[in-house]
Design a protein around this ligand. Sequence first.
Ligand code: S3P
Length: 430
Amino acid sequence: MELLQAQNGLAGSITVPADKSISHRSIMFGALATGQTTIKNFLRAQDCLSTLNAFKKLGVPISDDGTTITVTGVGFSGLKKSQSDIDVGNSGTTIRLMMGILAGQNFTTTLFGDDSLNKRPMQRVMTPLQQMGATLTGKASSEFPPITIQGTKELLAIDYQMPVASAQVKSAIIFAALQAKGTSTIIEKEISRNHTEEMIRQFGGEITTNGRKITLTGPQTLVGQNVVVPGDISSAAFFLVAAAITPNSQLHLKNVGMNPTRTGIIDVLKQMGANLTIENLDTNNQAADLKIETSALHSTIIKGEIIPRLIDELPIIALLATQASGQTIIKDAEELKVKETNRIDATAAELKKMGADITPTEDGLIINGPTPLKGAKVSSRGDHRIGMMLQIAALIATGTTMLQQPEAINISYPDFFQDIKKIIVGEHHE
Ligand code: S3P
């Protein structure tokens, strides 16, 4: 499809869609708690619908009246064996967190995904769960999906030092530890998003965090809650960068989730000189409104502990860096290679087609700026975040940009193109 340009700037306000990580977990915790959970502002995008359908297949009653999702919790002992293998589509969060949940069940389940998911590494989750006593096998004895999980009601607690910084791996271990008898300790490589820990507390469970160390004792019982999902800062990131790099722009983003384990993008934008203001910060539900304007940007170095706090934002940060003066270096981000695509290669190759000065490295990217971008034939490569990043690049490019596989964006943001259209000055709005 032909992407939109923004010759006259961007203006207006956007309420970005609900947080993907919290939406997945709200279904999971709702299912595993006792009593009812209601979820408002659930993200009705492909990835989260994969989680919703997976729990329906495990016998959890879930209804949706268009505004509120209601989950009738069955508790950790109430899940039922699925009649058939479960398709989790493109969703790494669904498969990895479910592996931890299913490790504690006394039945066998097979989870599989699309071509992209079936190539993503699962050993990182299988190893700790196997140590806890569950049996997990990948396709033809590999670490790749389909993954068959033969759970046990006799899971053992674990002391585990994580070799990768990953909230998905951490969360899978936590879900298993909630069902194991005894105290488990997890030490993170770097602090990653903590939605699972926060939601355990919200649902009446107990978990302690001390820096990179997490401690919890099982088995626990959770109680259903009313969840209101805030907007996703990872979706807001595309608009933050769009306004910063497009001349004559000012945007307001409403109700953006501000969990500190997710706000690395704000730190980077500020470091690079962006005119960004945080308004109406509500510390209770960790959300705020953000105001951002066209900005004179300079380069920075992004490495170390900040990486997990902005891991999904690195493709759009790379685009930001193409418009900043000087050399931006992104390192310690080798995890990008095992996302929905190899995001180091995809970001570099697709932006290069548009004239960017960008070089992939073993664990990141080196970008020299500023460089004017020009229209090209580009592809999302089936990765939602690469697709959205390329539409933002097209806003400031000269000439026509054609995007192949635009439908990938439905994974996290089905209304993305409508929302972009709304904020382009001079576009017709219906
Ligand atoms: C997620 C964790 C991250 C992130 C993904 C969502 C989560 O993955 O990239 O989009 O909801 O836990 P990793 O844990 O593999 O880093």
